[in-house]
Design a protein around this ligand. Sequence first.
Ligand code: BEZ
Length: 191
Amino acid sequence: MLLDTTAINQQRNFFDKHADLWLFGYGSLIWKADFAYLERQPAYITGWARRFWQASHDHRGTPEAPGRVATLIRAPGAVCHGMAYRITPDVLGPLDVREKNGYLREKVPLTFLDHNGGEAGQREGLIYLASGDNPAFLGEASLVDIAHQIANAHGPSGSNREYLVNLAKALRELGVEDAHIFALEKQLEST
Ligand code: BEZ
């Protein structure tokens, strides 16, 4: 049984009294910002690592052949780079629906980067996190197995391959080194 997190996230209204908030994207939000935002800025979070460990039954796969998409796992000392968007709180409603398959809103400290990659301040921000206890969490698998699953998954939002390729491209454009993503991209090329 999958977990629809839409209603739970409506209660996780950490920033509702704020005129605006920062949303940190580490997966599709980096390259698919199909929502209104006031500004955006490269940023990172610490203690988290990006992994293709969450199943997608509704976007990049189907219930019969789920894809694999990004989530975060706790990793002391790790740095996860992405893109932060300053948004108004009303933007979150549609995102709750888009990311309803196990993702919960969480509050985390963000560190912003300037155009030269230097640190440009810190703020509390929001992420969508699919943790290990949600029913669509798949967890670790070999690069070969993950790439095989991605190569064979397609869903209403497009192919799972496109999701990974777009994410790797966006990270390269940000000048970010992410060993898991780039190794997976390489594996997918030969799958
Ligand atoms: C993100 O890009 O931050 C994101 C990934 C999966 C679900 C929601 C957001």
